[in-house]
Design a protein around this ligand. Structure first.
Ligand code: NDP
Length: 248
């Protein structure tokens, strides 16, 4: 992995920046010099992030947006184009767990919501900003996945299906862009001390898990202009890329 990059002059968009892993990814990108476009629904969380970024001497643009608002995602690309003409870093981090339940008991609206936020909004964001990432001399895309995409664990069906789907999107997109400067990777952050993990594992002692700031620090080098890899999954706990394939 490249060392933590100097991102001065770079524009970085982070979804799910109001708390958890996304909050610290946004903060870390700003600390490295990037102008951060921070997306989430919770204005209080975004404002807290903005205060922290300002205290570091950095800059952020706050975008309160529900990622179920597909037209809003479409507008984001246009707004970034007008203001900066490019996007250097896209972090599609926002996600929801849905429900931990036998597949046959999952309500349709819950399954659909998980797919809407974890898959369809990510595709829509990719579609919105792909030309802007291609316009960068070192576009970097980071899409948050999960070990659930590969594990075969009872009761995690909707979430696991959504993360497997988003990894497939990443692989296709990476193959489409492999001859360009753009690098596109998924990340499995591993169990992390956040609200989502507490919802999934209410009996677990959060103190046994890594803090999201530690996890974010290990993901940030994926935003480096020096990164070579594309179409892979970075496994934070193992500290390496899992190399199952780009097509020959
Ligand atoms: P959190 O629940 O702590 O944070 C989720 C973030 O996503 C929040 O900022 C939330 O913002 C945002 N978000 C959720 N729904 C929407 C929506 N409809 N519109 C806009 N933003 C939304 O999650 P984590 O930090 O734990 O997870 C981050 C990513 O890492 C997720 O993709 C998750 O699947 C993945 N992951 C996490 C693991 C863990 O152990 N924590 C393990 C493996 C993967 P707001 O509510 O303000 O809109």
């Amino acid at each position: 992995m490249p060392a933590m990059p100097d991102l001065a002059g770079r524009i970085a968009l982070v979804t799910g920046a109001s708390r958890g892993i996304g909050y610290f990814l946004a903060k870390g990108l700003a600390a490295a010099g990037a102008h951060v476009i921070a997306v989430a629904r919770t204005v209080g969380g975004l404002e807290e992030l903005d205060d922290e970024i300002k205290a570091l001497g950095g800059e952020a643009t706050l975008v309160p947006l529900d990622l179920a608002d597909m037209a809003g995602i479409d507008r984001l690309g246009g707004a970034i184009h007008e203001r900066w003409g490019k996007l250097d870093i896209m972090v599609a981090n926002a996600g929801i767990l849905g429900v931990i339940s036998p597949i046959g008991h999952v309500e349709a609206r819950v399954f659909e919501k998980v797919m809407e936020i974890n898959v369809i909004s990510v595709w829509r964001l990719i579609r919105s900003v792909d030309p802007l990432l291609r316009a960068s001399d070192a576009g970097r895309a980071i899409v948050m996945s999960s070990g659930a995409a590969h594990s075969a664990r009872a009761f995690w069906g909707p979430y696991a299906a959504s993360k497997a789907a988003v990894e497939a999107l990443v692989r296709s997109w990476a193959d489409e862009t492999k001859n360009m400067p753009l690098r596109v990777n998924a990340v499995n952050p591993g169990a992390t001390r956040t609200a989502m993990r507490a919802q999934a594992m209410p009996g677990e002692d959060p103190a046994t898990l890594p803090h999201p700031s530690e996890v974010a620090e290990k993901i940030l080098p994926l935003a480096s202009p020096d990164l070579q890899e594309t179409g892979l999954i970075f496994d934070v706990r193992r500290g390496r890329f899992l190399r199952y394939r780009l097509p020959e």
